[in-house]
Structures are given as C-alpha cells and as structure tokens.
Ligand binder design. Structure first.
Ligand code: MG
Ligand code: MG
Ligand code: MG
Length: 305
C-alpha cells in the first residue's frame, strides 16, 4: 500500500503521506509506504529537518498499486497512470474532484483547513498514538495550509488539532516555530524566476478553458515584485507553451494577508473583475485574498463554466 499527495507537493501532501502511512500501518497492521510525486519545497525541507525525518521516496508511477490519496481528489493532480491503480482511500479538504473507483473505498473528506487536521482526527477516533516526529510534520502542515490560522479556510478543528499536535511534538512556542517555518518558505532570492512562477501550481479546466494558478506565499512580497518584469516574461513564455486561457501567479503576503497576482490571459480584465480586483499594469491587486481554494477558484468557476 502506498500513500501519496498531489503534484507539486506542498507541506500538507508531504506531511500527509507520512502521517497517513503511519496511521494505516498502526491501524491495519500492513506495510504502508509514503511516496511523493516530486521534491519537497523549501518549507517542506524545513519541516523534515525539524522533525528529523527523511524525505519519502519520489515516485511518479503507481499502476497496479493499492493507494491512499491525500490532499486532492482529481486525476489531473495524480500520476499519469493513476487510473491503473486501486484507490483504497482518500483524505481531503478540497472540492470533490473526478476520481472514480471500481470498488469500495474509505473516504474522509471534510471542509476544514488542512488534510492533516482530518488525519489527526482519524488517529483520535481510532485511539491510536501519534509519534512525536510525525506530530511535528502534521503541525507544520496545518500552520502552512491555514496561514497560521489566518486563512478563511481555517476552522476551529484545525486550531484544536494544531494545539494538540504541538503538545505531542514538544513545541511550546507555536509562534516562534511558525515564524521560522514561514521564513524558510519566503527565502526566494536564490529561486530562479522560471521556477518561482511554477511554485505550488495547479491547473483547472473550467468550461472549455484551462486556468493555471500558482501561488507564492511569502512574508514580504516586495522581494518578488522587485523581479516583476522577469517573472512576467517567464509567465508569457509558460502560457504560450501550454496554450492556457489564463496563467495566474498569486504573490500572497502572509504577513499582511493579501495578494497581488501576475496575470497572462486572453481576458485579463474579466479575470481581474471576477476576482474583485483591479487590473493595473499586468498586476491584479487582491485585497484580503489568501486562499486559492476559497477566494480564487469559486468565482472563476462561477464566471467561466
Ligand atoms: Mg495541498
Ligand atoms: Mg491541503
Ligand atoms: Mg496551499
């Protein structure tokens, strides 16, 4: 049995593959292995180091395997041969995607801020102990996905889970931990522009149109805006290569809780208007927008489907 998160793995996918594998191993007494579809990001590497855990094996083929899926439920974020795998379970906190199965499965899909909040509750419901190192990963995932409890996706059960996990992890000062974690993900000086515009990227088909939406979460967006021309030039190339209707890069300020989006689109002004933002000089100002899932995707779906 394998457990895997989505493409462009974030902290929730990374921590989730580890926490859910450990849970299933204990509950079902089987050998369950966490895998990832790509290298962890800088924030993920920070969490692995804090926890003292090794990175899961990176694998992009799962044909013929039994798998649990965490942090998504659509084939376009799964390995290309996922239709040839047997999906035995899903843990997720997004809109329901297009997964289909031939057999029964165990699904835990809750409208909360992080998949690891659900995994925490699975441990609790089944009365299974969480390892200290695993708790560090799970806490980091919740802090990342909820932007330290500030995202509109955050719920009380996320906050409760995080505080319980901090106790298990032996982390007394969550604020200090999250400050170091967010500093790790905000250090973009050495990240090439062509890589930055692909960070935390997801592609959605809405109606007949493909929307690519990346998100760069940083404590200070000035460092990214200083490279605006270079980022925009990369975005133009990227959109042309894949023929998307729209390519957006949300530069999300996780200190002040708002976003500025770089956009390359067939309908830039309509996209800006749909998101409630103003389109000025190839940038969209998006006050109070921090969540792609809750504040960006739903209006685009309503407008373009
Ligand atoms: Mg995710
Ligand atoms: Mg998540
Ligand atoms: Mg996220």
């Amino acid at each position: 049995m394998l457990v895997l998160g989505h493409t462009n793995p974030d902290c929730d996918s990374l921590a989730g593959s580890i926490s859910l594998s450990a849970f299933l191993t204990k509950r079902d007494g089987k050998t369950v292995t966490p895998i990832m579809q790509g290298e962890p990001n800088a924030e993920g590497l920070f969490l692995l180091e804090q926890a003292g855990l090794a990175c899961p094996e990176i694998r992009t083929s799962i044909a013929g395997e039994e798998v649990w899926i965490i942090d998504y439920s659509d084939f376009n974020q799964a390995p290309k041969d996922a239709r040839q795998a047997k999906i035995r379970g899903i843990v997720d906190h997004h809109k329901l995607g297009d997964f289909e199965t031939d057999e029964q499965l165990e699904a835990w899909i809750w409208p909360c801020g992080c998949s690891n909040t659900i995994v925490y509750n699975m441990y609790k419901i089944h009365n299974i102990e969480i390892d200290q190192k695993v708790a560090v990963m799970m806490l980091g995932a919740i802090l990342s996905d909820t932007v330290h409890f500030n995202s509109p996706t955050c719920t009380q059960i996320d906050i409760d889970a995080a505080h319980e996990l901090a106790k298990i992890a032996g982390i007394d000062d969550i604020d200090a931990f999250v400050t170091a974690q967010f500093a790790a993900k905000s250090d973009i000086a050495a990240v090439p522009s062509e890589e930055l515009i692909l960070r935390d990227l997801k592609v959605y088909t809405i109606g007949e149109k493909d929307f690519s939406i990346a998100q760069v979460e940083i404590t200070n967006v000035d460092s990214a805006l200083a490279r605006k021309e270079e980022l925009q030039a990369e975005l133009v190339k990227y959109k042309a290569e894949f023929g998307y209707h729209t390519a957006l890069v949300l530069l999300t300020d996780i200190t002040n809780l708002n976003s500025i989006a770089l956009i390359e689109s067939e309908e830039s002004e309509l996209v800006a208007e749909t998101l409630g933002g103003t389109f000025v000089g190839e940038l969209i100002d998006l006050p109070s927008v921090v969540s792609r899932k809750k504040q960006v995707l739903p209006p685009l779906q309503a407008q373009f489907k």
